[in-house]
Design a protein around this ligand. Structure first.
Ligand code: SAH
Length: 403
């Protein structure tokens, strides 16, 4: 390959193409020679946005070694569906059918006629303590790759959204990184040449931030707030006051004051009407008010949006307060003493709505040109975006990898 030829990129578990968007954003000369995903809905979105890219709607295990060899790729971008393969769950781990395809890739890698020069992998936080990660690192070492692991959240790029994820970049020797790689998992981008230190998680965001960092592949029905309070004996369903500790509140306030992170307003659609389909229903308000994470357009934070957003309320992502003249505290004050109607009136005064899929796409760093085909429902959009990734973070990692 001469320096002028674009890199041939294989995008595995391609979803709606977050990796493809990141590749474009990184500005390197590259072509996605194949995207693979079993989800037909995701593939429709992918093809809509990247009509010139081949998409195989099949399982990765269905691609033979010869099939991989024929593609002759230089780079793999992948987000395997990883239910955390915790050490405790070691047995379930190997037998989990969803782990099979990733282990298959690791088996194929050393047998390829030509190893790719670059690999980038994204996964949920928790992957770093899995046995799948051990197998990955061992395979990379055997094949002669240098690698670096990261745990990064979009807040480190000044984006007001927590989405702490595991990333690995690997480069085939004798090429090497421009920075000294380490066996430690980095929580910042490597220093730039100027030696200027990079900042990471916005103030207040801990590396354990999201209770919902797990990419839930199967539909877990979240029943009522009571269901989650099984292990917090002090929590009663009847207590209608915002279930938030002083510490949590302080953390949120600190995040909102961190001016190195942008305000949510910058990511919002202007035309969303108060009467829109995105408003929380009375039922959701009455049932889940206490566990909602409420943010305003002036806030500099939001919690991780997961695939159940807009449908399940608990732990799936922040909701937006659109009434500016009401204080949260006053809407929540003495709720337990009120009748249902009064409660509802109070809570409704906040005019809480869900973030729209477009707004989540904005926070994820998808370009304005990214779009969903009309036939993809709002619920499907939330699901797909919940499984996707932050494009800016990956773009930056691709640049680091290729430098
Ligand atoms: N990075 C993607 C999302 C990845 S989520 C994006 O930006 O949208 C994981 C994806 O893996 C899902 O879309 C799921 O359909 C797909 N998947 C899971 N198991 C698979 C398998 N065995 N073969 C191919 N695709 C698979």
């Amino acid at each position: 390959m001469t320096a002028m030829e674009p890199l041939r990129v294989l995008e595995l578990y391609s979803g709606i193409g977050g990796m493809h968007c990141a590749l474009r954003e990184s500005g390197i000369a590259a072509e996605v020679v194949l995207a693979v995903d079993v989800n037909t809905c995701a593939n429709d979105v992918y093809k809509h946005n990247f009509p010139n890219t081949d998409v195989w709607p099949k399982t990765i295990e269905g691609i033979t070694l010869e099939g991989f060899n024929r593609l002759s790729f230089d780079m793999i971008l992948m987000s395997p569906p990883c239910q955390p393969f915790t050490r405790i769950g070691l047995h379930g781990d190997v037998s989990d059918p969803r782990a099979k395809s990733f282990l298959y890739i690791l088996e194929i890698l050393p047998r390829l006629l030509k190893l790719p020069k670059y690999i980038l992998l994204e996964n949920v936080k928790g992957f770093e303590v899995s046995s799948a990660r051990d197998t990955l690192l061992h395979t990379l070492e055997t094949c002669g790759f240098q690698f670096q692991e990261f745990l990064l959240s979009p807040t480190c790029l000044g984006i007001p959204n927590s989405r702490l994820r595991y990333f690995l970049i690997a480069k085939l020797k004798p090429e090497s990184f421009y920075f000294q790689s380490t066996r430690q998992i980095l929580t910042t981008f490597p220093h730039s040449e100027s030696g200027r230190p990079q900042r990471c998680c916005g103030s207040g965001e801990s590396l354990k931030d999201d209770s919902n960092t797990v990419r839930v592949e199967d539909e877990t029905t979240k029943a009522s707030p009571g269901a989650s309070s099984a292990n917090t004996s002090s929590t009663q369903e009847s207590i209608l006051y915002k279930l938030e500790t002083v510490k949590e509140l302080e953390r949120k306030q600190n995040q909102d004051q961190d001016v190195s992170v942008r305000v949510l307003k910058d990511y919002l659609e202007e035309s969303i009407q108060e009467s829109s389909q995105y408003l929380l229903t009375p039922k959701s308000l009455l049932r889940y008010a206490l566990i909602l994470d409420i943010v305003k357009p002036s806030c500099r934070r939001s919690t991780c949006f997961t695939k159940g957003y807009g449908h399940y309320v608990e732990g799936t992502g922040s909701v937006l307060q659109t009434a500016m003249d009401v204080e949260i505290d006053s809407a929540f004050k003495s709720l337990e003493d009120l009748s249902e109607e009064e409660k509802l009136a109070n809570l409704s005064s906040l005019k809480l709505r869900y973030f729209t899929p477009r707004e989540i796409a904005n926070l994820h760093g998808f370009p304005a040109s990214f779009d969903f085909p009309d036939k993809i429902t709002v619920r499907q959009r939330y699901r797909l975006l919940g499984n996707s990734l932050n494009v800016h973070i990956v773009a930056k990692l691709i640049s680091v990898l290729l430098r």
